[in-house]
Design a protein around this ligand. Structure first.
Ligand code: ADP
Ligand code: 2DT
Length: 212
């Protein structure tokens, strides 16, 4: 591996916390500073597996709960060769949702244990930093109505939020919890500063393996 690999930075958080807004701004800011940075998002709805997931989320098809969980995980694994290649070329990857959403959304369903939910994603490229945009449900509600997709209702989102809290307590992952109530610009400055700090640290380290 050449020295100075790119950093793998994930943004997680509840619906409407500002993940997509901040991913785009971070990529743009890094590119303007002359860095190589690209955005990825999960689910990646463009692949064949992604189209099955899209149809499920849009409620055009029903899938058994374990089956959709494994499809979300497969949708990440199919991008692993690309993720590793980009990081090794020195490209920073800014990712909108990752395995943490996978685990939080399935373990919020009745009958699912956290460790079962984590297992299919064990060994994925480990993020160098996971920024969790924390937003109270009342604040999220001010940012607009839920859409019509599966999972977009307040009770389920509250259960998801509790599952995220369990994941955040795991010190094997480099979490930074950010108060997402702040303005877009203030959040951007905070996220950029955490990201730049980790880029230097990550540069000469091998890519880690998640939850291993
Ligand atoms: P997410 O990807 O987490 O669902 P988005 O980035 O799509 O969130 O933002 C959801 C909505 O909230 C959008 O209408 C966006 O313009 C708005 N928004 C994003 N960040 C902020 C912020 N810091 N303050 C107020 N509104 C925001
Ligand atoms: P977007 O609205 O961000 O496209 O998310 N989800 C996501 C899961 O249930 N499992 C996963 O592994 C991932 C990545 C979260 C679409 C929805 O899909 C959920 C919201």
């Amino acid at each position: 591996m050449t020295c100075r690999r790119g950093a793998l930075i994930v943004l997680e958080g509840v619906d409407r916390a500002g993940k997509t807004t901040q991913c785009k701004k971070l990529v743009q800011a890094l590119q303007q500073c002359g860095q190589r940075a690209e955005m990825l998002r999960f689910p990646d709805r463009t692949t064949e597996i992604g189209q099955l997931i899209n149809s499920y989320l849009e409620k055009k098809s029903d899938l058994e709960d374990h089956t959709i969980h494994l499809l979300f995980s497969a949708n990440r694994w199919e991008q692993v060769p690309l993720i590793k290649e980009k990081l090794e070329q020195g490209v920073h990857l800014i990712v909108d949702r990752y395995a943490f959403s996978g685990v939080a959304f399935t373990s919020a369903k009745p009958g699912f244990r956290l460790d079962w939910c984590k297992f299919p994603d064990v060994g994925l490229p480990k993020p160098d930093l996971v920024l969790f945009l924390q937003l109270r449900p009342t604040e999220a509600a001010r940012r607009g109505q839920f859409g019509a997709e599966r999972y977009e209702n307040t009770d389920f989102q509250k259960a998801v939020q509790e599952c995220f809290q369990q994941l955040i307590s795991d010190r094997s992952v480099n979490w930074k919890v950010i108060d997402a109530c702040k303005s877009v610009e203030d959040l951007h400055k905070e996220i950029k500063s955490h990201s730049e700090a980790i880029m230097d640290t990550a540069a000469c380290q091998p890519i880690g393996e998640l939850w291993k």
